[in-house]
Design a binder for this molecule. Sequence first.
Ligand code: ADP
Ligand code: ADP
Length: 220
Amino acid sequence: MIRFEQVSKVYSGGFQALQKVSFHLEKGEMAYLTGHSGAGKSTLLKLISVMERPSDGQVYFNGRNVSRIARRDIPFVRRRIGMIFQDHHLIQGRTVFDNVALPLVIEGYSHHDIQRRVSAALDKVGLHGKDRYFPPMLSGGEQQRVGIARAIVNKPLLLLADEPTGNLDPELSMDILRLFEAFNRVGVSVLIATHDTGLINSQRHRTLRLNAGRMQEEVV
Ligand code: ADP
Ligand code: ADP
């Protein structure tokens, strides 16, 4: 699903965020990506979704080398990836339904399909009946679930989560992790960037560790 070969990233200011990183994540695999703040976790995720380009090395997603793909092909990559952020990036002035529907609207799905899929996605994250709410009316955990519903609504191959439990207490964090596990069980590959050691210790999964831009031995 993901393969990095000797990937380095130097930002324009000259800062080397990743150094010769190599790893792979199999289709259907679920893993944590951990390391201290500034270790390069977000950078690694951005190289997969082509928000950033590597300075050196190759990044493969779903069998395709995305390191140097043309700008016009980036949307084809992104629509196979569901992205989840710590602050969920919801549009505050739009309903839950509209937020979750957004990826489908962009892709030009029919009104009927949008209704059906959004409702199925909200069911899966336990937010049935909340479709007319606005994000500020929801708890932090619920808002994160809306973010997850939006990420899975067009059935991505891969979920990339960047500190998805950063603003949540341990119990809510576990609930969110269980949701990721449920999607993983139906075949979705999952990579969760987190420095939440409580979360990592509560449910064991393969763990990739970045240390100042270098991929360490896997910790178990
Ligand atoms: P993490 O997600 O592990 O906290 P990041 O990938 O966000 O790490 O950042 C790794 C390093 O790269 C940090 O030192 C950060 O300041 C630097 N960095 C991240 N984005 C940029 C950017 N756009 N320009 C310059 N430096 C950046
Ligand atoms: P249909 O295939 O008829 O659209 P499903 O019940 O299979 O209905 O899917 C409905 C919704 O469930 C999807 O829009 C998506 O939100 C979610 N979903 C189903 N399967 C997956 C999957 N493999 N990965 C991510 N999301 C999924």
